[in-house]
Design a protein around this ligand. Structure first.
Ligand SMILES: Cc1cc2nc3c(=O)[nH]c(=O)nc-3n(C[C@H](O)[C@H](O)[C@H](O)COP(=O)(O)OP(=O)(O)OC[C@H]3O[C@@H](n4cnc5c(N)ncnc54)[C@H](O)[C@@H]3O)c2cc1C
Length: 473
């Protein structure tokens, strides 16, 4: 437990009002939205500047205090939640929310780590550009957290994940030194790319306090289709056809199962987009920076071609922004509505894109064998091979008894994923949830390299202790 003197030193850095130690005040920083991880903390600190983060880490380094970096607290693997010892200190970036600058010629924006993703979108739009990272959590999640977890989302197909969208970083190191890597360069081959070490490190190697992000032309023509397909394999065929036959870029290719549409109709006020039900749907988005409204026609032609080839059944193309929003509402509600159907066991997995249909078939068979009546809800980023293979409990079953089988079902699904050359965490990270699975998915050499990096950058092990990396045997 940090002693009173240490806590007083932390509080002096940020000021009494931003050093929370009352249980009620700290509560929202100690629980995550799935109610899966509950932590305790000696204190929650809300620094207002990089200099304050630097002073906090210098004290933590000196006193050996565990620090848990937190941004929007939307992470899904418990990485941002302290353990239950009450010894750790949460450092929240929620006051560091300044957009430092944006440049339309360079197509860059420079922001504090605590700027929300939504605010980045708005700042980009203000200079007629877009930042193409799109997550359903964008109103709450923050750039520091997005980069620390290398977030993915719907636009990865066209623009890559958070790592691909970052040009430079400012990071406070474990001992309090500040690495100013806020470069706005498109090309820089001057040795190791240090920013890539911190991106995806989930708060275990440094605290990201600033970032330079890439911007892109705003789409002026967008077409969105909701197409019925018999199988996920047909969904991939549709993607291929659309890529070949349209002049716009395919900017989303999302898989939605029938059960997901039914859940959103039941719990999220969605309307069935097509007249007859289909086992699967693909949401396909085309975008172009050129105005002129060509894409809807091209989408229609691509769908007609797909229909003739037997790839697509019925389909609809959104005719207005309202219709687009209604279709995206279905996709974006898919996580939340599962809560209302009882227990849901989650998997955030990816395989090589062409193997995605096989993954879904095999994982479904395995789950149905283990829990007869279980309701798989595989959805998500078909074009990236990244499926959220969530499993809802059998209707009317005992929730606790179903959730007690979390690890068993995870193990069975992960066996399929690994056999297909995939990953057990495509975009959510490792955090606490998957830490103990690391020895089963990483070679001894890879774990050794990761531990060497941790030792070099955080020799006292104060940054996000017990997350991501399992203890060495
Ligand atoms: C409804 C919903 C939808 C989502 N959809 C997606 C999706 O499509 N794709 C996807 O990839 N993720 C998704 N997520 C997960 C989550 O939103 C993202 O991972 C997001 O990037 C986390 O950002 P955050 O600011 O909330 O980070 P937090 O939850 O605060 O932290 C996440 C991790 O990063 C570390 N961290 C936080 N800030 C810093 C910092 N400044 N410096 C160093 N380390 C830090 C934390 O310690 C923790 O390990 C979704 C979550 C929700 C709730």
């Amino acid at each position: 437990m940090p002693d009173t003197d240490t806590l007083a030193r932390f509080a002096a850095v940020v000021g009494a009002r931003c050093a929370l130690s009352d249980g009620m005040d700290m509560q929202k920083y100690l629980v995550e939205r799935r109610d899966k991880y509950f932590g305790k903390a000696a204190m929650v600190l809300r620094p207002g500047s990089t200099a304050e983060v630097s002073q906090i880490l210098a004290i933590a380094h000196e006193t050996g205090t565990g620090i848990v970096p937190q941004s929007g607290n939307t992470g899904l693997v418990g990485g941002q939640i302290p353990d239950d010892s009450g010894r750790e200190v949460v450092v929240s970036l929620d006051r560091m929310n300044t957009v430092r600058g944006a440049d339309a010629t360079e197509n860059t924006i420079t922001v504090d780590g605590g700027v929300t993703l939504q605010a980045v979108h708005e700042a980009a739009e203000a200079i007629d550009r877009q930042f193409p990272l799109h997550l359903a959590s964008q109103g709450s999640c923050m750039i520091g957290g997005n980069l620390a977890s290398n977030a993915g989302g719907i636009g990865v197909l066209a623009y890559g994940n958070a790592r691909d969208l970052c040009l430079g970083l400012e990071v406070v190191l474990a001992d309090g030194r500040v690495w100013d890597g806020l470069r706005r360069l498109r090309k820089d081959n001057t040795g190791y790319d240090l920013k890539d070490v911190f991106i995806g490190s989930e708060g275990t190697l440094g605290v990201i306090t600033g970032a330079v992000l890439r911007l892109f032309a705003r789409p002026r023509d967008v077409a969105l289709a909701f197409a019925a397909v018999d199988t996920p394999a047909d969904g991939l065929r549709l993607l291929e056809l659309a890529r070949q036959a349209t002049s716009g870029q395919v900017t989303a290719c999302e898989l939605v199962p029938r059960i997901g549409v039914e859940f959103t109709m039941r719990h999220a006020g969605a309307r069935d987009p097509l007249d007859a039900p289909s086992p699967w749907y693909v949401m396909l988005e085309l975008s172009s920076a050129l105005p002129g409204g060509r894409l809807a026609g091209e989408m229609e032609a691509a769908l007609a071609d797909a229909f003739e080839r037997g790839v697509v059944g019925d389909a609809t193309i959104a005719a207005s922004q309202g219709q687009m929003d209604a279709l995206w509402h279905i996709r974006e509600s898919l996580s939340d509505v599962q809560k209302l159907e009882g227990g849901s066991i989650k998997h955030d997995v990816a395989v090589p894109v062409a193997l995605t249909p096989l993954l879904i078939d095999e994982a479904t068979a395995v789950v149905e064998r283990l829990v007869p009546g279980a309701r798989p809800v595989p959805f998500g980023h078909l074009g990236d091979g990244n499926i959220h293979f969530n499993v809802s409990q059998p209707a009317g079953a005992d929730k606790a008894a179903f959730l007690a089988r979390w690890e068993e079902i995870n193990a069975a699904v992960h066996e399929v994923v690994l056999r297909l050359g995939g990953t057990i965490s495509a975009e959510h990270g490792i955090g606490q949830m998957k830490r103990d699975l690391m020895p089963g998915i990483k070679s001894a050499v890879e774990l050794d390299l990761m531990r060497s990096l941790k030792q070099a950058l955080d020799p006292r092990g104060i940054l996000n202790p017990h997350k991501l990396l399992p203890e060495a045997e």
